[in-house]
Design a protein around this ligand. Structure first.
Ligand code: HEM
Length: 140
């Protein structure tokens, strides 16, 4: 059971990190485009954003389930606390990026592109740090 959960957890993480980089490249390109080309990139981002909500939920569900399988006497290491901290920052940055994207679609305010870029970078850096601390928590 634990192996299946770990496989699902790692699949969700691989999907999330790949999507985050794709989104970052999309934002960088879209900020310099206009008209139909920009509209197509915004549409792609909106679709990927909704898919990302499910992937982030899968990371939390499988991560918490894996945590539940750990023996109680093992306790919670400081690496695990760091992993959880960056899982939270990843989720907060994702939520704020989704809200900012919604505002941009509603108001057409393109001055929010730098904020989007910062938030998506926050998602990606948090994911990389969470991976480092997860490996340290298990093998460190
Ligand atoms: C959302 C809350 C999360 C919880 C509660 C959680 C919990 C866990 C637990 C308990 C394990 C250890 C499984 C074992 O003993 O073999 C694990 C493994 C792992 N987690 Fe998470 N995780 C979370 C989020 C994340 C995030 C956001 C990432 C990275 C983007 C991540 C990356 C990993 C990796 C790479 C492993 C495998 C480590 C290894 O086997 O070397 N986790 N996670």
């Amino acid at each position: 059971m634990k192996v299946i959960l770990l496989i699902a957890h790692l699949m969700a993480i691989a999907t999330a990190t790949g999507m985050t980089i794709a989104n970052y490249v999309n934002i960088r390109i879209a900020s310099g485009e206009k008209g139909d080309r920009r509209a197509a990139l915004v549409y792609l981002r909106r679709v990927l954003g909704r898919f990302a909500d499910v992937v982030v939920a899968m990371i939390w569900i499988t991560g918490l389930a894996l945590w539940w399988t750990l023996p109680a006497e093992q306790g919670v290491s400081s690496w695990m606390h760091m992993l959880l901290f960056f899982a939270v920052t990843m989720t907060v940055c994702h939520g704020l990026a989704r809200m900012t994207a919604g505002t941009m679609v509603r108001t057409g305010d393109t001055s929010l592109y730098p904020r989007m870029e910062l938030l998506v970078s926050g998602v990606w850096i948090s994911q990389l740090l969470a991976i480092i601390f997860a490996v340290l928590a298990v093998h460190g």
